[in-house]
Design a protein around this ligand. Structure first.
Ligand SMILES: [Zn+2]
Length: 339
């Protein structure tokens, strides 16, 4: 079965910690960052043309004006420290379930700087090592990299080749023309996401608003996906809180005809309903006419025990399936067998 690629934006982090992080810190929305980062003092002598309180707009403007170089350095430091301080709550979050809803053929490409997805990966790895690859398209405060050996991992890990502690990777800050090629780790992520999107059967876009500072990024994703007319069998899934019409307009270049599912929450998405078998199940539903039972996936309020027992069943089947064989269908509706 082909890959499922998930593209994450800030809305996914908001969904993962709707009540704030472990210590009650609010999630990383780009609006209202001036208060969150206590930037009033830093910006009090700065004359901004933008009236926006969106950090991307403010950063872009400061960056373009050379007289504010020192302020930009301080702003970058505060952004890094703020995101670095966020911690996942102890109970399972949507990020844990998202990671466990995919397997090693799949990829999560995130635009987020916060460390929560990586923290979720670390704890999910204790449940199974059959997990998706994570690509941080704008860098991430939790990730480290050994440039010499092109090894990456959490920034407290060591490079398996030179045994040196990995160097924290840079964040790609929100300017209109980002240089995706400058940083070795980030350019590697873009090469990888390009390759995986090309061969993906499904794409899920989760909480990613494609802000104006990301025009280039969306262009690269679009280029990888290719013409929607060539994607008549594939399925695009969008999880967002905007209205459906706005979503369809935003992603019109990706979606062929009615081949999409739009939900305002993770649990009703293909990933939430059919964890670890989303591509298999959707393919069976639409191409083989095999109905699926959408009640057996993740639910709100699940404990770690609930999550573990759901995932464990699926992992046993994965282990027992030869690597050259497709995984058997798991979510087939009972009505199918009663026919
Ligand atoms: Zn190394």
């Amino acid at each position: 079965m082909r890959a499922h690629t998930v593209i994450l934006g800030a809305g996914a982090t908001m969904a993962a910690i709707p009540n704030g992080d472990k210590n009650g810190k609010k999630s990383a929305v780009m609006n209202g960052m001036i208060q969150k980062l206590a930037l009033d003092d830093l910006l009090k002598n700065v004359k901004l043309d933008t009236k926006s309180d969106n950090i991307e707009d403010i950063y872009s403007e400061l960056y373009a004006k050379t007289e504010y170089k020192a302020i930009v350095v301080e702003l970058e430091k505060r952004l890094y420290e703020y995101f670095d301080s966020l911690e996942l709550p102890d109970e399972p979050t949507i990020y844990d379930m998202l990671i466990l809803s995919l397997t090693s053929k799949d990829v999560i490409a995130t635009f987020n700087w916060d460390p929560l997805l990586i923290q979720a990966y670390v704890r999910c790895y204790k449940i199974t090592n059959n997990l998706p690859h994570i690509l941080c398209l704008h860098g991430n405060v939790a990730m480290g990299y050994c440039e010499e050996h092109r090894e990456f991992g959490t920034k407290d890990a060591i490079c398996p080749i030179c045994n040196e502690i990995l160097t924290p990777i840079k964040l790609l800050y929100p300017v209109k023309r980002k240089n995706y090629k400058d940083d070795d780790y980030i350019s590697g992520c873009w090469e990888a996401v390009d390759e995986v999107i090309k061969k993906s059967y499904m794409i899920t876009i989760f909480g990613y608003s494609a802000p104006s500072s990301d025009i280039e990024a969306v262009g690269l994703l679009k280029k990888a996906w290719g013409k929607k007319e060539d994607r008549q069998l594939e399925e695009v899934s969008v999880i967002d809180i905007i209205d459906e019409e706005e979503m369809l307009f935003k992603w019109k270049d990706f979606i062929y005809s009615h081949h999409y599912r739009y939900t305002n929450n993770f649990f009703d998405s293909y990933l939430g309903m059919f964890p670890r078998r989303s591509c298999e199940t959707v393919f069976a539903m639409y191409s083989l006419n095999v109905p699926a039972d959408n009640r057996r996936g993740f639910h709100r309020g699940m404990t770690w025990t609930d999550v573990y027992s759901l995932v464990d069943d699926l992992c046993v089947i994965e282990k027992n399936t030869p690597s050259d064989k497709n995984l058997p269908l798991y979510y087939t509706a009972k009505s199918f067998f009663d026919r």
